[in-house]
Design a binder for this molecule. Structure first.
Ligand code: PMP
Length: 438
């Protein structure tokens, strides 16, 4: 029996993409080392129960949070627990060069359609179908990162003064868009299963909000994933009260274990707008994200996209499209997941070793960070300054809560070199113990 050489090569790349074998330069392929299970590392997350309401604010918390994060990233020697992004794919230069071939300049450099390049829309639709979503290329709008999708959807569904429901805590970039618009924010506590549904229903009933914003998978900042049952119940409540959902899935693809399909997969009434991005899996600087918008909302959203910036950079779209076409994306994702899982486990072990027992943390099933809750009397600003004096940057609670207060907590990125995780956690653990045992 003769087997075609190409079949063998293809089989090797599938096994490698699935993490079963790995290549060692000059030596061939080897069966991958199994990552040690961390079953003993349990989540101790204990959700707070208070609803947070913000009726008005003139502050733009995300700008105040974001700018120091970016500065910290460029400071040599700093361990930055505040910010996590994927390492650039090794072959990105080659892919970019291939994507921008001189002979295709006519395709990429003129103005384009607002919804995005059809090729890329087809590729994204295919990717989403694999996640259980029934999506057609026409349902997609390629955005300038999912941040633009957030802004377009929030400004589409809400008027100044409208009530909106968010999880508490939540992504500071969403809080800022809502504040900037003059929306009134209700923060429903996040539990280990997803947002507290009893409280959600109470506020759907009493405040008639115009939108529910939810980060269903590897929630920012807690790292928690909304369960399948919770997703179904959340959608059922949204249907009952006819309240649209904005589902932000910025960390999709970064899972260590299977996760439930997005709520959008269950949506029969065009109630859910879905957001995704390549920022967490490829390169945030490319600024390529997408939204799935169905039914009557589609033309209106495309018009808004046009009004904002005509269309997303054709060059960035071409690079992403070429990367997806190259077949390297799947392999890249598998490597990311393997590396991230190793880092997550290293962080959990370091937390066990160095943090005081009063601290409680989540064990995310994917994504880039976990959430540590601390005792009420920890002076967070002091802790942050003390950590910075020892070259450790922390993203602390206030920006993540709608009322800017919340409980003492921090989001720790595990997407860091293993030795930085160990050193950084040891430093913060030492500082915490000092405050607790004062
Ligand atoms: N949503 C969430 C939950 C995020 O964490 C982020 C970035 N941190 C975004 C949206 C925006 O991402 P981008 O615009 O880079 O796609």
């Amino acid at each position: 029996l003769q087997v075609n050489k190409l079949t063998v090569i293809e089989s090797y790349s599938v096994l490698e993409a699935d993490g079963i074998i790995s290549a060692r330069q000059g030596s061939g392929y080897f069966v991958s080392t199994v990552i040690p299970a961390c079953n003993n590392l349990k989540s101790t997350f204990a959700p707070a129960q208070n609803v947070m309401i913000l009726e008005s604010s003139s502050k733009c918390a995300s700008f105040d949070t974001y700018t120091p994060l970016i500065h910290a990233q460029t400071q040599p020697g700093i361990i930055n627990f505040g910010y996590g992004y994927p390492p650039p794919p090794k072959d990105i230069n080659q892919i970019a060069r291939r994507a921008l071939k001189q002979e295709d300049a006519d395709i990429y450099f003129p103005y384009d359609l607002p919804q995005g390049q059809i090729n890329l829309c087809r590729q994204i639709a295919q990717m989403l179908v694999q996640q259980g979503l029934e999506v057609y290329p026409e349902d997609l709008i390629v955005t300038n990162g999912s941040q633009q999708g957030l802004s377009l959807a929030i400004n589409y569904y809400l008027q100044p003064g409208d009530w909106v429901i968010v999880e508490s805590p939540t992504y500071y970039g969403a809080i800022s868009i809502l504040e900037n618009l003059g929306a009134r924010i209700i923060g429903i506590p996040m539990t280990a299963e997803g947002m507290n549904l009893d409280l959600l229903e109470q506020y759907l009933h009493s405040h008639s909000p115009k939108l529910i914003y939810t980060i269903t998978t590897f929630h920012n900042p807690t790292g928690l994933t909304t369960t399948q049952t919770h997703r179904q119940e959340l959608l059922a409540l949204a249907e009952k009260y006819e309240c649209p959902i904005l589902e932000d899935n910025a960390y999709e693809g970064l899972n260590f274990e299977p996760v439930p399909a997005p709520i959008k997969a269950l949506d029969k009434h065009d109630l859910v707008t879905y957001l995704g991005t390549f920022s967490k899996t490829l390169l945030p600087g490319l600024r390529v994200g997408y939204m799935v918008v169905t039914g009557k909302h589609q033309p209106a959203m495309i018009e808004r996209k046009f009004l904002h910036d005509i269309h997303t950079s054709s060059i960035s779209q071409a690079i992403v499209s070429e990367y997806l076409a190259s077949g390297h994306y799947r392999r890249h994702l598998n490597r990311l997941r393997t590396d991230n899982l190793q880092s997550r486990n290293a962080m959990l072990q370091a937390l066990e070793r160095y943090f005081p027992q009063e601290a409680k943390w989540t064990v995310p099933k994917g994504g880039l960070f976990l959430w540590v809750q601390l005792p009420d009397d920890i002076p967070m600003q002091t802790l942050r300054n003390e950590a910075l004096a020892e070259n450790v940057f922390l993203a602390c609670r206030s920006a993540f809560f709608p009322d800017k207060q919340g409980y003492p907590a921090m989001r720790l990125t595990f997407r860091l070199p293993l030795e930085e995780i160990e050193t950084g956690v040891a430093i913060v653990g030492k500082l915490l113990k000092k405050h607790i045992h004062k």
